[in-house]
Design a protein around this ligand. Structure first.
Ligand code: DX5
Ligand code: ZN
Length: 233
């Protein structure tokens, strides 16, 4: 039920392939792939070429988080590069419904990302086109920031919307949190309604050379926090 999605933003890029395979061998579920364009956000990261390069290394879901503007032109490129999930920020698309459809037409699952101050209304008329809602716990652009506390109330609000929708339709939508997730707050975040957790610095900053796959201890610690809730994966 819970998905752990380490963000390779905080990985060691000189050995990116090993960072991907190690974190999955350590028990993580998805690879979170942060795409920044130095336009929508003030940072520049990686694109479809790097996604295609890591694709053969794992069968895990590659969860592409687009922090780019515009979004439509790059969506087919990421689908071809092997992305499974593609999420984008509604402010970055002129036509949110069209961008969501485009992602699905290219065979990927689709999601919307909400910045701390972005109102949730963007999701109301496109629920049928959403496989995931991603709430930012920080302002997007870099890793290692502290969770903005108001995110917890916002999570509860999204959880209520998703649960009402699921009851009505029988269709499930994941609720992901990205930014500021740590071992010491993941349980509180889960209690507020998240079921899918991005963690960058908390995972990649906790490598242990004594662990079989470098991240076994931190992934187990994150899972242990979730298991106290009684319904961990
Ligand atoms: C922020 C990115 C996040 C980032 C999270 O703009 O979207 O995915 O890697 O980093 P941490 O987990 O360090 O807050
Ligand atoms: Zn992200």
């Amino acid at each position: 039920m819970f998905i752990l999605a380490p963000s390779i933003l905080s990985a060691d890029f000189t050995r990116l392939g090993a960072e991907v395979t190690d974190v999955i061998a350590s028990g993580a579920d998805w690879i979170h792939f942060d795409v920044m364009d130095n336009h929508y956000v003030p940072n520049l990261t990686v694109g479809p070429m790097v996604c295609a390069a890591i694709r053969p290394l794992t069968s895990a879901t590659i969860d592409v988080h687009l922090m780019v503007k515009p979004v439509d032109r790059i969506i087919p490129d990421f689908a071809k590069a092997g992305a499974n999930m593609i999420t984008f920020h509604p402010e970055a698309s002129e036509h949110v419904d069209r961008s969501l459809s485009l992602i699905r037409e290219h065979g990927c699952q689709a999601g919307l990302v909400f910045n701390p101050a972005t109102p949730l209304e963007f999701m109301d008329y496109v629920m049928d086109k959403l496989d995931m809602v991603l709430l930012m716990g920080v302002n997007p652009g870099c890793g290692g920031q502290a969770l903005i506390p108001a995110t917890l109330d916002k999570l509860r609000a999204v959880r209520a919307k998703i649960d009402a929708y699921s009851q009505r339709t029988g269709r499930r939508i994941r609720l992901q949190i990205d930014g500021g997730v740590k071992v010491d707050n993941i349980a509180e975040i889960a209690r507020a309604g998240a079921d899918t957790f991005v963690a960058g610095s908390a995972v990649y900053g906790a490598a242990r050379s004594t662990d079989a796959h470098r991240y076994d201890t931190v992934i187990a610690a994150l899972r242990a926090q979730l298991s106290v809730l009684g319904f961990a994966k």
